[in-house]
Design a protein around this ligand. Structure first.
Ligand code: ADP
Ligand code: ZN
Length: 292
């Protein structure tokens, strides 16, 4: 079976052809410009590839409500040229195949849950901590949607006692994204994260916020494993600090075998940065099954 996969990001569009085993045969990366410029290139890539379905993991917010008139649209994105754009409709019309659609981070969560480190688990959370923060949630074996889709980077957090930085999110300031995404680190400390590797206080504060958010997710969703992806997690020395913070802030309240082994409970992604594109393949598979 040949399937198309698209990881639609704010800076680049990764297009790939693969199969139902999660194997990727080929891929290209196309810069994200306006829909007028970029969509014809994407369609040209997929057009002659004989795919049976396409899956898209997309930056958001997006409309995932199948009963809505704007299902398959990118909605109120700050990337204004893409606001109110019917991306699913455009591909359906041009390619004539079923098009699966979800958020980029849900795609990554799905890729890991299908072929990676959360395979076989009914409940898991995948965070991406990069330019923004997102959370993809698998609950009772399915991606969690709800009235829109989770916007898990915007959980509100208590400030670290030493943090004088107001926060980057224009909506809430003290949310996880506003306090802990890459641009917040850069603005708070005056340098990019990658240049702050040896500043202990930077990563202690970062772990304080990520750990606090994880505690919120643990008590609400009771995930069996949590994955932390995204550029900021390339600071590998931070992972042990995050685990310590989770333990400290949970304060012994929940006792499970998973929490006794935090090294295998809070983990890095396992699919060599293919989790997003592989998740898009699974979105294509699931949509094909729905259509049959
Ligand atoms: P995006 O979220 O745009 O898809 P990334 O996940 O790579 O892309 O996140 C980019 C953000 O992560 C930037 O703010 C960047 O400064 C930060 N970042 C990237 N690499 C590192 C690193 N090694 N250490 C700390 N921060 C990093
Ligand atoms: Zn926010």
């Amino acid at each position: 079976m040949r399937l198309g996969a698209l990881e639609a990001g704010g800076t680049k569009m990764v297009c790939a052809i693969g199969n139902e085993q999660g194997e990727i045969f080929e891929r290209v990366s196309i810069p994200t410009e306006t829909p007028e410029i970029t969509m014809p290139k994407l369609i040209a890539y997929f057009k002659d590839k004989e795919i049976e379905a396409l899956g898209i993991g997309c930056f958001g917010p997006i409309d995932l409500n199948r009963k809505s008139e704007t299902y398959g649209y990118i909605t109120t994105t700050p990337k204004l040229k893409w606001a109110n754009y019917n991306i699913v409709g455009a591909f359906q019309e041009a390619l004539g195949v079923p098009v699966g659609f979800d958020t980029d981070v849900n795609g990554s969560a799905l890729g890991e849950a299908t072929w990676g480190i959360t395979k076989g688990l009914e409940n898991s959370v995948y965070f991406t901590i990069g330019t923004g923060v997102g959370a993809g949630i698998i609950s009772n074996g399915k991606l969690l949607h709800g009235m829109l889709h989770p916007e898990g980077g915007h959980v509100l957090l208590a400030k670290h006692p030493d943090d004088t930085y107001a926060g980057k999110c224009p909506y809430h300031r003290n949310c996880l994204e506003g306090l802990a995404a890459g641009p917040a680190i850069e603005e708070r400390w005056g340098k990019k994260g990658i240049e702050l590797a040896d500043r202990k206080e930077v990563w202690e504060m970062e772990a304080f916020y990520i750990g606090q958010a994880i505690v919120d997710y643990i008590v609400i969703l009771s995930p069996q494993r949590i994955i932390l992806g995204g550029g900021v997690m390339h600071q590998e020395h931070m992972m042990p600090l995050v685990r310590e913070e989770v333990k400290r802030q949970l304060n012994g309240y929940i006792q499970t075998k998973e929490l006794e082994d935090l090294d295998s409970y809070i983990v890095l992604p396992s699919l060599n940065d293919n989790q997003g594109i592989m998740g898009a393949l699974k979105l294509a598979m699931d949509e094909l099954e729905l259509a049959e």
